[in-house]
Ligand binder design. Structure first.
Ligand code: CAA
Ligand code: NAD
Length: 295
């Protein structure tokens, strides 16, 4: 049932490539909105983890929506999880109206994936990246369908955070841009638009704050706990900056910092030894059981 247009009505099947923190959340919100979803990752065990986390998070959403009805909770979870098909083979995901990429934050790996998708997907498929910081235009430099390509930047945890940044690539068509905005709305997000600038809106502003918090901890100005308590109770943030870094993933934070330094030249984004050490020790934050804190 594919059409040659990119209107919202045509977006019925979505493929999410990368089933980690972000990809599993994006697959979940798309399935909750009634879409058919293909979720692709490199290894079966990664997909099993993604399915477990989606199942848990669907339960949380369902309990909120259908408080008093165990039958409705069960039906909601079953319906949404049945919409998600998982595979380690990218080709199982190419028959889609929209593909959202949420793999590792590395330019060359993303470029390789988009070049493959561009060759394998039908002509009408919109391709989008969930990158945190890398230039959308650089990611899509090798693809032919430049008018059907842009950024869809979600926030962690995807089922809870209400924002979606829609990033306009240089050659995006008005039709694709409108389809992306409408699709974001249809999966429950408030969309804002940003040009293809380093870190877009949220990470351009959060990045310096986060980096300064890690340096403050590294210098020993205050304990990690006290830095986090300070920003929660003194500035009203839901999480402190160090908790949030662990929540985001320290490998992802490190990759974002490097891109931001390269693209802006601003020394606020210079390397942080603490971050380098933790990542080299495999301490990636919550997802690995240890980061700045232990879980
Ligand atoms: N899926 C579904 N529901 C979830 C969930 C998930 N993964 N995580 C939390 N929830 C729900 C809970 O069920 C709970 O629902 P009720 O209010 O109905 O009870 C609600 O969200 C609040 O959760 P908790 O009570 O467990 O915990 P909390 O109040 O501390 O909230 C939080 C958790 C929403 C994560 C909050 O701490 C928060 O907003 N933290 C900041 C997150 C943030 O800043 N994210 C953006 C990071 S930057 C980014 O993502 C961009 C990038 O490129 C790096
Ligand atoms: P993650 O490490 O949790 O998950 C990435 C997943 O992609 C892993 O499961 C990995 O196996 C898979 N993967 C890697 N290469 C692949 C390939 N070629 N094909 C298929 N799967 C592949 O990372 P994440 O936090 O979900 O981040 C994913 C993307 O989203 C990154 O670009 C990141 O910058 C961005 N992002 C992250 C956050 C955050 O808070 N963590 C927020 C917004 C955007």
């Amino acid at each position: 049932n594919f059409s040659n247009t990119t209107s919202l009505n045509a977006i019925k099947t979505v493929t999410v490539v990368g089933g980690g923190l972000m990809g599993s959340g994006i697959a979940q919100v798309a399935a909750q909105a009634g879409l058919n979803v293909n979720l692709i990752d490199l290894k079966p065990e990664l997909l099993e983890n993604a399915q477990k986390s989606i199942q848990n998070n669907l339960q949380r959403v369902a309990r909120k929506l259908h408080k008093d009805s165990p039958a409705q909770i069960e039906a909601f979870v079953k319906d949404a999880s049945q919409r998600i098909k998982v595979s380690t083979n990218l080709e199982d995901g190419v028959q889609a109206d929209l593909v959202v990429e949420a793999i590792v934050e590395k330019l060359d790996v993303k470029q390789e994936l988009f070049n493959k998708l561009d060759q394998l997907c039908p002509e009408h498929t919109i391709l989008a990246s969930n990158t945190s910081s890398i230039s959308i235009n650089e990611i899509g430099a090798g693809i032919k369908r430049k008018s059907k390509f842009g950024g869809l930047h979600f926030f962690n945890p995807v089922p809870v955070m209400r924002l979606l940044e829609v990033i306009k690539s240089e050659q995006i068509s008005e039709e694709t841009y409108q389809a992306m905005m409408e699709w974001g709305k249809s999966v429950g997000k408030t969309c804002i638009t940003c040009k293809d600038t380093p870190g877009f809106v949220v990470n351009r502003l959060l990045g310096p704050y986060s980096a300064e918090a890690m340096r403050m901890y590294e210098r020993g100005d205050a304990s990690a706990q006290d830095i986090d308590i300070a920003m929660k109770l003194g500035a009203g943030y839901p999480m402190g900056p160090l908790e949030l870094a662990d929540f985001t993933g320290l490998d992802t934070k490190k990759a974002i910092l490097a891109v931001m330094l390269d693209k802006t030249g601003d020394p606020v984004f210079r390397e942080i030894q603490l971050l380098n050490r933790l990542v080299s020790e495999g301490k990636l934050g919550r997802k690995s059981g240890q980061g700045i804190y232990e879980y």
